[in-house]
Write a protein that binds this ligand. Structure first.
Ligand code: DC
Length: 227
């Protein structure tokens, strides 16, 4: 089997997998690819076309029709990448609350996952990539030489998110925040599929910097230098 120079990171929302993935990719000179943006872009297309996100056949047909692009940032406004939907810049639109509410439903249909996973796999097999999601090590790129599963407890994710909001001057109801993170995990439970051979990291007990250093120490020597 062809072995891609790819690292997979799976984990729940808010676990820090995007931060880890982006900094790991930067350290290795790899592309950072967050597969969640594809499900979000599809959900935006579904909502804009007045399709019911729970109608699997219609959502899958929409997934076949649309063209989702993921490129390096085209605007210096704090974005990690630019996402396009049929050529339109939707980088910030995919973070809207209406997308947030519907994405787990739209992403859960097996026919939809077949279509998006094939696109993700094609990108992953090109190599030199850190790919982040929920099922990347198990289904999308099972041949990847290094697979990480990053978990952080709901209590710790609540603490971090709360500190972030307070830092921005927002008021925080920690109980409501805890519940919203727990609800999000519950909604995503059906798409979460860690690889059996993934290295599990508990982000509660390690800082993001320590986690990055640890993951870098696991990268096989052959993946460190470009061909
Ligand atoms: O990582 P995120 O919060 O941006 O993901 C958005 C949604 O997409 C979330 O509901 C889970 C889903 N998702 C998925 O089903 N499979 C992936 N590989 C990545 C994300």
């Amino acid at each position: 089997m062809n072995t891609p120079r790819a690292i997979t990171i799976d984990g729940p929302a808010g676990s820090g997998k995007s931060t880890l993935g982006a900094s790991l990719a930067a350290a290795l000179g790899f592309v950072y690819f967050d597969t969640g943006v594809m499900y979000r872009a599809l959900t935006l297309a579904v909502l804009d076309a007045d399709i019911d996100p729970s109608d699997g056949t219609a959502v899958a047909a929409c997934a076949e029709r649309i063209d989702i692009g993921v490129q390096p940032p085209t605007v210096a406004d704090g974005r990690q990448y630019t996402i396009t939907l049929d050529g339109r810049d939707v980088t910030w639109d995919i973070r809207e609350q209406r997308v947030e509410r519907a994405v787990s439903t739209a992403a859960g249909h097996p026919a939809v996952r077949v279509i998006l996973r094939a696109q993700q796999r094609a990108i992953g097999m090109r190599g030199n990539v850190v790919m982040v999601g929920r099922d990347i090590g198990s289904i999308v790129l099972p041949e990847a030489p290094l697979k990480i599963y990053l978990d952080v407890s709901i209590a710790e994710r609540t603490r971090r998110r709360s500190a972030e909001l307070v830092g921005r001057g927002d008021s925080v109801d920690e109980h409501a925040l805890y519940d919203s993170i727990a609800n999000r995990d519950a909604r995503d439970a059906h798409v979460m599929q860690p690889a059996p051979d993934a290295v599990h990291i508990n982000g509660d007990t390690q800082s993001p910097a320590d986690t990055l250093a640890y993951v870098l120490s696991l990268v096989p020597a052959g993946m460190r230098s470009h061909p």
